[in-house]
Design a protein around this ligand. Structure first.
Ligand code: NAG
Ligand code: NAG
Ligand code: NAG
Ligand code: NAG
Ligand code: NAG
Ligand code: NAG
Ligand code: NAG
Ligand code: NAG
Ligand code: NAG
Ligand code: NAG
Ligand code: NAG
Ligand code: NAG
Length: 407
């Protein structure tokens, strides 16, 4: 096998008899149906009978058949969050009654990669709390997995990437919490079936919604109300709200001042801004990155690069100003070039077309560098087209030991 590693891919393929044919065979419906029957047997034997019936419903639709076909290929590992029967009993009728939507929801429970914690002992739960078997960072660090949900009905990320799921552990011995879901979710009994690592959850996950839904869910109605008022040029040249502008993005990363930030002083400053439209636009543009959805593990690695003096330390806002990052024991900090660093208090609030990180203070930069902004957007677009599928948790993980900086 070793000598194959040093040969060009085309040579390797030509050495493997029938490689293209076997690829075609694995995609045909009989392989997919055989897989599905065996997978259903595993699910039923494990007590996930509602999940199994939901997959049978999904199999009536094109998106469900695509999901089953992808799962049946057998050439990569998956992590499955399997909801209990009780979890399925509380799925709203508009979802359970719509087979296409149901299959899209189901696809959000399959994550690329075997995200089992290789160093967690045994194969029962315990030691690190429920879900100890699942690879998970400790809050404020987050683990991000790329799911199989990629229907354009529900996801509009850059490069047609599929949606991610975010989770964390609430202490070194704490339980795993899946973020962005309405109730706290417990992750429990884990098992293995072929190339699937299966972790049980007590809720059927809801895929992320739009930016207004996300800001409302985290109670940031103040920023939402500002973004609904500020008028900005939209992609088609018309004027619209900043919320509409974010809604048009294919990928964005917004640093959103949390509701508590909007004191009367901050409100007065923002009020002044609103009398000067170009300053208000720049202020808003310097709160987000256009065209790139950047999750907190990547922000943490930028902070690590900054502390070690390595290259790749910044990302560029839609206004063309750099964001820089640092961290210490109290968490991860961001600065957009004017004033002090602010702390990210709630990372990875997922949106159908991007991500929001809530910050604990105002970032106030009304500078504007349009050429830097458009070159950052162009390189983001170029990077997005080179879609490499994430087959492991996203981010440098585990992250090398840092030299702490002051926040
Ligand atoms: C899935 O759907 C296809 C097409 O309708 C059907 O032929 C197949 O039997 C179904 N598979 C299972 C396991 O129900
Ligand atoms: C195989 O499944 C695809 C959907 O994945 C469907 O469009 C096609 O008609 C099926 N073919 C047969 C022969 O059932
Ligand atoms: C799947 O996971 C197993 C065990 O973790 C590993 O040995 C194997 O290389 C993985 N396969 C792929 C395609 O990543
Ligand atoms: C079912 O869900 C799909 C995907 O979200 C949607 O396009 C379709 O309109 C829904 N159908 C009904 C009848 O609501
Ligand atoms: C894996 O499990 C070990 C032992 O419980 C724990 O110390 C470590 O933090 C876990 N790592 C991850 C990435 O979950
Ligand atoms: C973990 O979850 C279990 C079951 O929900 C609960 O009994 C336990 O107190 C939780 N542990 C921590 C540290 O939150
Ligand atoms: C979720 O967990 C957090 C702490 O881990 C707790 O403060 C909160 O009350 C829980 N929420 C629900 C709805 O159980
Ligand atoms: C866990 O242990 C049981 C019983 O010892 C075994 O059947 C099963 O294959 C193990 N699972 C994993 C993932 O190691
Ligand atoms: C939402 O924020 C307001 C203050 O802006 C606060 O009074 C309220 O308690 C918060 N609600 C939740 C659920 O955090
Ligand atoms: C957008 O708003 C600006 C400032 O109010 C105005 O100058 C411009 O004409 C507007 N553009 C359109 C297309 O309405
Ligand atoms: C600041 O403005 C927001 C939105 O305009 C409002 O909801 C909030 O109550 C204001 N805060 C104070 C302290 O006046
Ligand atoms: C989060 O990650 C950073 C960078 O690797 C690390 O220094 C820090 O200790 C981690 N925090 C926790 C709570 O694990």
């Amino acid at each position: 096998m070793h000598f194959l590693n040093s040969l060009p891919i085309a040579v390797v393929l030509s050495l493997l008899p029938f490689a293209p044919l076997s690829k075609a065979q694995t995609n045909d419906n009989s392989t997919s149906n055989t897989f599905f029957q065996e997978f259903s047997t595993f699910l039923n034997d494990s007590g996930y009978t509602s999940f199994s019936s939901a997959l049978a419903q999904a199999n009536q639709t094109q998106s469900g058949q695509q999901l089953l076909s992808q799962l049946s290929e057998g050439n990569e590992n998956f992590t499955l969050f399997a909801p209990t029967n009780q979890a399925f009993s509380s799925v709203p009728g508009n979802i359970s009654g719509n087979q296409t939507l149901l299959s899209e929801y189901l696809s959000y429970h399959f994550i690329h990669g075997d995200l089992r914690n290789a160093t967690a002992g045994g194969n029962s739960t315990g030691g690190g709390g429920d879900g100890a078997q699942l690879e998970s960072a400790v809050f404020p660090n987050i683990t991000i997995g790329r799911s199989l949900l990629n229907s354009s009905d529900l996801v509009q990320l850059e490069g047609n990437k599929s949606q991610v799921l975010a989770w964390t552990r609430n202490g070194p011995d704490g339980n795993v919490t899946i973020l962005n879901q309405i109730n706290n979710i417990t992750v429990s009994n884990s098992s293995q079936w072929r190339n699937f690592f299966v972790a049980e959850v007590n809720v059927v996950f809801t895929p992320p919604g739009n930016v207004s839904t996300a800001l409302t869910a985290v109670n940031d109605t103040q920023l939402l109300s500002f973004a609904q008022q500020v008028q900005v040029p939209l992609q088609d040249g018309s004027n619209g709200t900043a919320v509409a502008l974010l809604g048009q993005a294919r990928g964005f990363t917004l640093f959103a001042p949390d509701s508590q930030v909007f004191t009367s002083d901050v409100n007065a400053t923002i009020q002044q801004l609103q009398n000067n439209q170009s300053a208000a636009i720049s202020f808003f543009q310097n709160l987000y990155v256009n065209g790139s959805t950047i999750y907190s593990p990547t922000l943490t690695s930028l902070a690590v690069n900054a502390s070690s003096g390595s290259s790749n330390q910044t990302i560029i806002s839609a206004g063309g100003e750099p964001f820089t990052f640092s961290f210490n024991d109290t968490g991860l900090y961001v600065n957009n070039g004017n004033g002090s660093s602010v702390r990210i208090i709630r990372p990875d609030v997922l949106v159908e077309n991007g991500v929001i990180h809530l910050i604990d203070n105002i970032l106030f930069n009304t500078g504007s560098e349009p050429s830097a902004a458009s070159s950052a957007f162009a390189s983001a677009s170029a990077a997005a087209t080179e879609t490499a599928t994430d087959t492991q948790a996203i981010g440098v993980f585990p992250i090398p030991a840092p030299t702490p900086t002051s926040g």
